[in-house]
Design a protein around this ligand. Structure first.
Ligand code: FES
Length: 608
């Protein structure tokens, strides 16, 4: 057996945990298995330079490759590139405040108003006859009589527990039976136990989970974790490509999701016993749902981009390794079609699509999903926005983590910045980028084609006096590593491409539906990014249509809200199927003059 090397992880709160690494494995691989997000986005291939990790102890010398990505001060502070560092001696890894701490204050906007429920999982009091020594009847037969008309599916352990209560001469036994789907009994116990359901929304960046008491609909636990598949690429197509190289890669990506969900369940364990989780509802984009179920994803890698399933899909949750009751079903809600997944279906479950209203639902991510509802008719599409709004392709871009600039505003014609956690700045996230571009436009330092003007020096230092391609938005004194936060002309290009992709998709749907922007009643923004952007600035740069500000509504984690609805209300599954049937999927690639529309939307101008 290969040698194990001790690894001590020091968490930001000072607590420590010990793990073991295979001698010679990269630090990146070990941290990935433990569940620590290094921030790397190239799958440990040494390209992205983002897996910077602070180590202490008997550390090996810094390699030439690491020196290409690490600043001298970072090396002095003990930072290393985790995917280059081979663990061959005991090591301490110090997680600083910025590690693995995604902004996770996504709200459930709809849960409280819709938590009344009608479930098909219940706990029912039953009575069975005691054992009569003169006329012995097996425990099973008496149970069957007591639970009639339900179908009994107890495992041997459960029978053995009940036998301990079943002594000859005892009178009638009062017990509690869990009833699934109004017909099957998987568990009978002496004490009444609570029964729970788990709702999961798998995003390509974040996985959200909610634990619900199925008897009263109460929210028992709510948590987000980083989707550890991120280390294999920010966008889902990179992960598809990685998984199709080898079966073991695909298994690995499935295992990462399962570990992620089991870690969510673990974090809920102080409130409940995982064995009391009897139902799991999962939503997410089609690729994530395929990965989780162990289904082939190669169909998403090339035209015509079709997966194996799109309708509701049900399997036993523990058949893929989820730590819940063995009888619990895992239900994947229907996907709307194409790359528009069950997360969008779940969002729509919260919205008035069955009324006379006209609205847009926009979920902006690496892949943006957009649904247009016009008087009960629905159209949906997905737009490849790329990672710019999640900080992925920007020079100093970050996700919305501690240390990210998430707000930029003008005060007395001076630029002001808000940093998440009120700490030293680490970079700028999507909401900050939108604000920054809107403010640059406002002070006329950026033209509508996205070109930085020479008056930029009135407001910011530039790295090269001969051009204005790199501006210093925060100098090194206020950053975590002493180096300035830079915003570049190339960053602006990346944002333009992302913004044009989303806005063009909106425009195509509006054209197909023959709907005018002025006739929109609402624009609903779902998901993490939508929750944090300033709608006014998003309108100013042309990302969102120019509608009255009060029509734009942030609906938080509406996908998880929809998954909870499906968990606690048996009628909702039919609504989800109905949504899939009535939604027309628009393929942007096959849309006439899409390129013209896209180019028209490149500029930073507010437009209806
Ligand atoms: S450089 Fe290490 S994960 Fe990308």
């Amino acid at each position: 057996m290969s040698e194990q090397v001790k690894l001590t992880i020091v968490f930001p709160d000072g607590s420590e945990e010990n793990y073991f690494s295979e001698k010679g494995d990269t630090l990146w691989k070990t941290l990935e298995i433990i569940g620590v997000d290094t921030g790397g986005i190239c799958g440990g291939t040494g390209i992205c330079g983002k897996c910077k990790t602070k180590v202490e102890g008997a550390v090996s010398p810094v390699s030439q490759e690491e020196k290409q990505h690490l600043l001298p001060d970072e090396i002095k502070m003990g930072e290393r590139l985790a995917c280059y560092y081979r663990v061959d001696k005991p090591l301490t890894v110090v997680l600083n405040k910025n590690d693995n701490l995604a902004k996770s204050n996504l709200k459930l906007k709809f849960y409280n108003e819709k938590k009344t429920h009608e479930n098909n999982i219940k706990v029912k009091k039953i009575f069975i006859n005691g054992l009569d020594a003169n006329s012995p009847v097996t425990l099973q037969e008496r149970l069957l009589e007591g639970v009639n008309p339900y179908f009994l599916m107890l495992n041997p352990d459960n029978y053995n527990e009940l036998v301990k209560l079943d002594r000859a001469g005892r009178p009638t036994l009062e017990l509690y039976a869990v009833i699934l789907d109004d017909k099957v009994i998987p568990n009978i116990s002496k004490e009444k136990e609570n029964i729970y359901g788990l709702a999961i929304d798998i995003g390509s960046t974040t996985i959200s989970g909610a634990l619900i008491n199925l008897e009263n609909g109460e929210l028992v636990g709510l948590k987000n974790v980083t989707n550890m598949q991120r280390v294999y690429g920010e966008d889902i197509l990179s992960r598809v490509a990685y998984s199709t190289i080898d079966q073991s890669n695909k298994d690995r990506l499935q295992k990462l999701l399962i570990n992620n969900i089991n870690s969510l369940i673990d974090s809920f364990q102080k409130n409940v016993c995982a064995q009391n989780i009897y139902k799991v509802v999962v939503v997410g984009n089609p690729v994530m749902l395929h990965f989780l179920s162990g289904l082939d994803v190669s169909g998403f890698g090339s035209s015509p981009f079709v997966g194996v399933i799109a309708d509701e899909f049900v399997l036993k949750a523990n058949s893929i390794g989820l730590n819940v009751n063995e009888m619990a079903n895992m239900i994947l809600l229907p996907q709307l079609g194409g790359f528009v997944g069950a997360d969008t279906t779940a969002c729509m479950l919260n919205l008035p699509y069955n009324s006379n209203s006209n609205f847009l639902l926009i979920d902006i991510g690496t892949n943006g999903e957009i649904v247009l509802c016009k008087n009960r008719e629905l159209w949906a599409t997905s737009a490849a926005a790329g990672p710019a709004f999640e900080g992925g392709s920007l020079k100093c871009g970050t996700r919305a983590i501690q240390g990210s600039i998430d707000r930029v505003f003008l005060q007395d014609r001076k630029f002001r910045f808000n940093v998440i956690g009120n700490t030293l700045a680490k970079g700028i996230c999507g909401s900050g980028v939108i604000d920054l571009i809107a403010c640059l436009r406002q002070v006329d330092c950026l033209d509508e084609n996205g070109v930085i003007k020479n008056n930029i020096k009135t407001y910011f230092d530039v790295l090269d006096e001969n051009n204005y391609n790199e501006i210093v938005i925060i100098n090194g004194e206020s950053t975590y590593n002493g180096y300035p936060i830079i915003f570049t002309q190339e960053d602006i290009r990346q944002v333009q491409l992302a913004k044009a992709a989303i806005r063009s998709a909106v425009e195509v749907l509006m054209t197909v539906a023959k709907l005018d922007y002025k006739d929109l009643d609402n624009i609903y923004l779902a998901g993490a990014f939508g929750s944090f952007i300033d709608p006014e600035n998003a309108i100013k740069i042309g990302l969102l249509p120019n509608v009255a500000k009060n029509k734009i509504k942030n609906i938080g984690n509406a996908a998880l809200d929809g998954a909870i609805l499906a968990l606690i209300n048996k009628g909702i599954k039919e609504k989800a199927k109905d949504l899939k049937n009535i939604t027309k999927i628009i393929d942007l690639a096959n849309t006439d003059n899409f390129n013209d529309i896209y180019i028209k939307n490149i500029g930073f101008t507010a437009k209806s």
